[in-house]
Write a protein that binds this ligand. Structure first.
Ligand code: TTP
Ligand code: CA
Length: 377
């Protein structure tokens, strides 16, 4: 039985309501994390290891027992064994442990099988590690919780493994949610539950709040995320810089980071060299023709992009780039230019000449994926 943490309310109190502008940023994000990944695979493949304290070790055969624990089954964790622990210490804590070597290439194969399951539900999959991914299922007409349940079931029936899922309106919330109930958990945080969900969590649960920042926040009498959310934003900026604003947004349940699919390393680019007397007007026209070339290429490949990058090389050979990633999907020249032109304006060109200009798009999404075509009907 999964622990479904779904604190649905009959009636939302007014202070839990999310403003209209904020609700437009809400997405359906699922964070999935496989349980005791390496150890679970070993237990699955060798049923005599089921229920046993399995400890998978990196460098098991290293001289002087210099290996380190990659992961431990939940049975072994009861003895205090955990990832990154020296092998010698793990042996002392759990002498009855079953110590196995890491089989990385095989675990990678299993990881790819897990990804295949995800890809039936969305093309926006961002793998964070070998066993952890974010899925943006906003465009999938099914309810995000149904999708999370279906994925968990499929991982169980097809791969005989378990995963823990968190469902939320953004990456920050989905990740925190998946950490709530492990193993085999499912925690759902609906948009109107965000504030309540975050309120009593310790500030150190926020991504980027390490021990030093935690001490500084504690000295300001900020111990919980609720207290951080209510703190003065300007003061946070003064004390922690840009990071302070990021903490403030997270504490208020706001996270605009898009889910960046693995294929984002692919890019389509066009560039050209400019003449000595090219005016700003003609630079804009050149950018438009580069955008046109990119649009043709995207259409031919059946792709859309989410990131636009403008690159300029100056007469002193210095190169500068400016990028922007959007939630939507870009393909048409006009859409690309709407982003590219303000990016160009951001580059300080005072007293300098542009020698070469380039436009590129990345973070590509295939329109051939099951949930994409209908968007463009
Ligand atoms: P994790 O997801 O951190 O751990 P896990 O899947 O074993 O357990 P949990 O149920 O708590 O999620 O890491 C995934 C895999 O990455 C893990 O099985 C082994 C490997 N790993 C290492 O090799 N070294 C490390 O220090 C960590 C943290 C993980
Ligand atoms: Ca894991």
């Amino acid at each position: 039985m999964w622990q479904i943490q779904n604190r649905e309310r009959e009636e939302e109190p007014p202070h839990f309501r999310i403003s209209a502008s904020l609700s437009s940023m809400l997405r359906k994000i699922i964070h999935l994390d496989m349980d005791a990944f390496y150890a679970s695979i070993e237990q699955r493949d060798n049923p005599s290891l089921k229920g046993q304290p399995v400890i998978v070790v990196m460098g098991l055969d290293a001289p002087h027992r210099h290996g380190a624990v990659a992961t431990a089954s939940y049975e072994a964790r009861k003895f205090g064994v955990h990832s990154a622990m020296p092998l010698a210490q793990a042996t002392r804590l759990c002498p009855q442990g079953i110590f196995l070597p890491v089989r990385l290439e095989y675990y990678r194969q299993v990881s790819r099988q897990v990804m295949e399951i995800f890809s039936q539900y969305t093309s926006l999959i961002e793998p964070v590690s070998i066993d952890e991914s974010y899925l943006d299922v906003t465009e999938n007409p099914r309810d995000a919780v149904d999708i999370a349940i279906a994925i968990k079931q499929e991982i169980k029936s097809r791969l005989n493994l378990t995963a823990t899922a968190g469902v939320g309106p953004n990456k920050f919330i989905a990740k925190l949610a998946s950490g709530m109930h492990k193993p085999d958990g499912l925690t759902v945080v609906r948009p109107h539950q965000v504030q309540e969900f975050l309120r009593d969590l310790p500030v150190e649960s926020i991504l980027g709040v390490g021990p030093v920042t935690q001490r500084k926040l504690n000295s300001l009498k900020i111990f919980t995320i609720g207290q951080l959310a209510a703190f003065d934003r300007t003061q946070l900026k003064e004390r922690f810089g840009k990071l302070g604003l990021q903490f403030y947004d997270f504490a208020n349940g706001i996270d605009l980071r898009p889910v960046v699919p693995a294929r984002s390393h692919m890019q389509i680019s066009r560039e050209t060299t400019l003449g000595n007397r090219t005016s700003m007007d003609s630079i804009q026209q050149i950018l438009a023709s580069l955008a046109e070339g990119i649009e043709d290429h995207l259409k031919k490949e059946g792709h859309c992009a989410r990131t636009v990058t403008v690159k300029v090389r100056l007469d002193n050979q210095r190169q500068m780039t400016r990028s922007r990633t959007v939630f939507g999907k870009l393909q048409h020249k006009e859409e690309l230019l709407k982003i590219a032109l303000p990016l160009l304006e951001k580059i300080d060109l005072k007293g300098k000449k542009i020698r070469r200009i380039g436009l590129s798009v990345s973070n590509l999404i295939s329109l051939k994926d099951p949930y994409q075509p209908q968007l463009f009907d």
